[in-house]
Design a protein around this ligand. Structure first.
Ligand SMILES: Cc1cc2nc3c(=O)[nH]c(=O)nc-3n(C[C@H](O)[C@H](O)[C@H](O)COP(=O)(O)O)c2cc1C
Ligand code: SF4
Ligand code: FES
Length: 547
């Protein structure tokens, strides 16, 4: 692979890639995301390889193992290009017919197309399926169009153009200014303005600075970061390199999940390709800017996703959080200024630089700009990864995109933010997706895991579920968190068994107050949020079990 040494050479490479691609050439995109992998998509891919060979089409049809398409509920999913015909629940035994009828004969295999569970109405093309029709898939949309193992696919769709624009057309301060004007807010939980954090690290006195991708994604029910990172790793990498340039960092770290082989493979491959192509390492694209990246794996406990714990883990120490008054953006890894952002936050950066802050701020609400990826799970017809503009209501997400509640049941509650999030009742379903609006009603968005609960859900059991999860995830360093979680869990378990005692609710409220006030990090401070939320909106469910 030849190194690219200038912006002009990058443009020329892109032109070559595009010229070599026939827009009418058939392509088969088989989802290889984690959800479809669990449904034996590997056998589907092998069947396509065999069938293309036996029908004389090897080399004439592109076969891509792609990242998650979004509609995980109906996997394994397959898209046939150029028509963008979408097939669901594809099995190895369907493959011969797909190749013969659709790839060769341009006919649709009716039994494999999407059929609306309520109306029975069919949708042949991806863009007609309600799940996709109502989304704005700015980040995840390219997952079906590219092979994540091909840097040429990414360059061909315009990849690394934003990096070239930043390196050759903008000073680092201008890049920073654009991100600040875009009001990009962190997608990892807190919604903190990325530009302000970048600025703090940039202005910190130490010369050596670091940038980090938080790809830990430990929030229960969250799977959107790995969907975009596995499916389009160069997008995240491009955002990181642009951020490093703006901040003045020459070393980056990717902190990612240890348990996903495909994710690891795709990140490692993307880094190698970027180095070989002159997009990473010394003198990137001939600009004089040097930057490289190291990959570190999480240690599998939830708290290792917290900023200071994550940085200790990268240093090779136990992932224990530090007090918040030491800001990691000023004193992080090895006490150097370290800017940490979530996978999705970095993935937003290339489009901001390419299309500008004015374009970006045209999407979303007053205080929350751009789109947000949501992992939709629980009692919902279409579980999967959704991407919508901020401002979309929860009703639109649940019913228009998610297809509503299975079995004609009623919606009871929604829970955002996993173990540190909150549940709200059905009556608040018209709340818009917005950092501040959701926080105000008691369901802070967290990283974007949205769990849907039907009328049969026991809300006390829900609160207990999240506390049970946290018992194994607290690092145990401080007493209020370590002991508080255990005490609450004991009381909640009694209540769930119908053995609650008078005064239990008040005791739990007292413990929760102490935990929020005296815990060192956000895990302990917000571990009681699911409990508080359910007590606020569903208190009678606790009271009926107290005698
Ligand atoms: C217990 C705990 C776990 C966390 N886990 C993650 C995580 O898995 N991914 C993530 O991006 N942020 C996680 N965070 C938030 C990070 O501390 C940090 O705020 C975030 O990575 C910053 O990125 P952002 O500004 O782009 O959101 C966690 C926080 C806490 C307290
Ligand atoms: S609040 Fe919990 S997770 Fe955070 S430092 Fe204390 S014991 Fe560890
Ligand atoms: S994993 Fe296949 S659609 Fe999500």
């Amino acid at each position: 692979m030849q190194r690219i040494n200038s912006a002009a050479e990058l443009d020329a490479r892109r032109e070559d890639i595009r010229a070599g691609k026939d827009a009418d050439r058939p392509a088969i995109a088989v989802c290889s995301g984690a959800g479809c992998a669990g449904l034996s998509n590997g056998r589907v891919i092998a069947a396509f390889e065999k069938e293309l060979e036996s029908q004389g089409l090897a080399g004439k049809v592109d076969l891509r193992a792609t990242g998650c398409h979004g509609l995980c509920e109906l996997g394994p999913n397959v898209v046939i290009y150029p028509e963008e015909i979408y097939y669901v629940h594809v099995k190895p035994e369907d493959v011969a017919e797909i190749v013969k009828e659709t790839v060769q004969g341009k006919k649709v295999v009716d039994r494999l197309v999407y059929s609306d569970p309520a109306s029975g109405e069919k949708a042949v093309h991806l863009s007609e399926i309600p799940f996709y029709k109502y989304q704005s898939r700015n980040l995840i949309g390219n997952n079906t169009r590219i092979n994540p193992s091909s840097i040429d696919d990414y360059i061909g769709i315009g990849g690394y153009a934003a990096l070239a624009k930043a390196l050759f057309g903008m000073k680092p301060e201008q890049v920073l200014d654009e991100v600040k004007k875009a009001n990009l807010r962190g997608r990892g939980g807190g919604g903190f303005p990325a530009g302000l954090k970048w600025e703090t690290t940039r202005n910190a006195p130490e010369k050596e600075k670091y940038v980090i991708v938080n790809g830990h994604e430990g929030e229960p029910g969250a799977f959107m970061d790995r969907a975009v990172f596995t499916g389009n790793p160069h997008l995240v990498l491009e955002g990181l390199i642009i951020g490093a340039y703006a901040i003045g960092a020459h070393q980056g770290f990717i902190y990612t999940r240890h348990d996903s082989k495909l994710l690891k493979q795709n990140i490692d491959r993307a880094l190698k390709q970027a180095r070989e192509n002159g997009l990473l390492g010394e003198n990137i694209l001939g600009s004089g800017f040097d930057f490289d990246v190291e990959v570190h794996f999480d240690v599998g406990i939830f708290v290792s996703g917290e900023s200071s714990a994550l940085m200790r883990s990268i240093e090779g120490k136990n992932p224990e959080p530090r007090p918040k008054y030491i800001r990691t953006s000023v004193s992080g890894i090895w006490d150097k200024p370290s800017n940490l952002n979530n996978v999705e936050t970095w993935a937003n950066v290339p489009q901001i630089i390419e299309k500008g802050a004015e374009w970006y701020t045209g999407i979303g609400t007053e205080s929350s700009k751009g789109t947000k990826m949501i992992s939709l799970s629980g009692n919902i017809v279409n579980s999967g990864v959704v991407e919508v503009p901020f401002g979309t209501t929860l009703r639109q997400i649940i019913f228009d995109i998610g297809g509503g509640i299975p079995g004609g049941k009623k919606l009871k509650a929604l829970h955002f933010g996993g173990a540190m999030g909150g549940s709200i009742p059905e009556s608040l379903i018209d709340t818009p997706l917005d950092f501040d609006a959701l926080k105000k009603v008691g369901a802070p968005m967290g990283a974007g895991a949205l769990m849907v609960m039907d009328e049969d859900t026991d809300m006390v059991e829900m609160a207990r579920f999240f506390l049970t999860f946290l018992t194994n995830e607290s690092c145990g360093k401080c007493v209020p968190c370590r002991e508080g979680i255990q005490q609450l869990l004991k009381i909640l378990t009694d209540i769930c068994k119908g053995e609650g005692k008078k005064g239990d609710i008040e005791t739990m409220e007292e413990i929760a107050d102490v935990m929020s006030a005296a815990s060192l990090c956000s895990l302990g401070k917000t571990a009681t949020d699911p409990l508080r939320g359910t007590l606020k909106y569903f208190r009678e469910e606790y009271e009926t079990n107290i005698h």
